[in-house]
Design a protein around this ligand. Structure first.
Ligand code: NAD
Length: 248
């Protein structure tokens, strides 16, 4: 198994892409620290992992709080003995509005979860991974880490920031046996998109050359490869799993 004996933190693991990553990593032999602000979601992910014979621990943590992010790493090391892998995946969509009217509190919230949250994750994960002798981190960006879209300035800015943060961290830790990469999914069918009506959904589908939205499992496959030894010479990279969205 590709993640045998590895210990992994996954944030936002109570739903969607984070849950799919947690389940796939567990099936590949990793012990998973399932983290989320949602206890119900996190506990459900743990239950699903355990029902398939895997090992998991739920730790409630808000990625926008540095203290929570530090505590999460401490719990992982205390419970499972070390930390080798992290997936900084938690994120929200935020308000939809043009920049000239964008709610300032909404901006602050999106930046604090989607960008500062990834920094806080790295800030405490990296020393623990160094202490374990090395490992690998995946940060969840988006196609909107590379291009804009009307109405989502905070999300777009945060995801662009995640890619720059990933590149810089990769440079700093390339010779310390930690690989750090980012993923850019296209639109994926998860609860994040659940507020959308049929017309909006059709419009989104038309942006993907493959003529459909992606699945959380398809994103999880890329997150598995990047955090496995099969990607041993890959760091500081940004990979898309987007049905061709960014190729046009
Ligand atoms: P989701 O809403 O299904 O899951 C997100 C999870 O994050 C939820 O369980 C939620 O409780 C948790 N969360 C929210 N705020 C948190 C916080 N402050 N601290 C800890 N956990 C928190 O969404 P998803 O679609 O699975 O999205 C996961 C990631 O993928 C996000 O970073 C999102 O931006 C990114 N992404 C999603 C899509 C998409 O189309 N669904 C596309 C590109 C990128």
């Amino acid at each position: 198994k590709s993640l045998d004996k590895k210990i992994a933190i996954v944030t936002g693991a109570g739903s969607g892409i984070g849950r799919a990553i947690s389940l796939l990593y567990a099936s590949e032999g990793a012990k998973i620290v399932v983290s989320d602000i949602s206890e119900a979601g996190g506990n459900e992910t743990v239950k699903e992992i355990e029902s398939k014979g895997g090992k998991a621990l739920f730790v409630k943590a808000d990625t926008s709080k540095p203290g929570d992010s530090e505590q999460l790493v401490n719990e992982a090391v205390k419970h499972f003995g070390a930390l080798h892998i992290a997936v900084n995946n938690a994120g929200i969509g935020g308000p939809i509005s043009s920049v000239g009217e964008y709610p300032v509190d909404g901006w602050d919230k999106v930046i604090s979860i989607n960008l500062s949250g990834v920094f806080y994750g790295l800030r405490y994960q990296i020393p623990a991974i160094i202490a374990a002798g090395g490992g690998s981190i995946v940060n969840m960006a988006s196609i909107l880490g590379k291009v804009g879209t009307k109405g989502s300035a905070a999300y777009v800015a945060a995801k662009h920031g995640v890619i720059g943060l990933t590149e810089t961290a990769a440079l700093e830790y390339g010779d310390k046996n930690i690989r750090i990469n980012a993923i850019g999914p296209g639109y994926i069918v998860t609860p994040l998109l659940s507020g959308m009506d049929e017309a909006a959904r059709k419009a989104l589908i038309s942006l993907h050359p493959m003529g459909r939205l992606g699945t959380a499992e398809e994103v999880a496959e890329l997150a598995l490869w990047l955090n496995s030894d099969k990607a041993s010479f890959v760091t500081g990279a940004y990979y898309n799993v987007d049905g061709g969205y960014l190729a046009q």
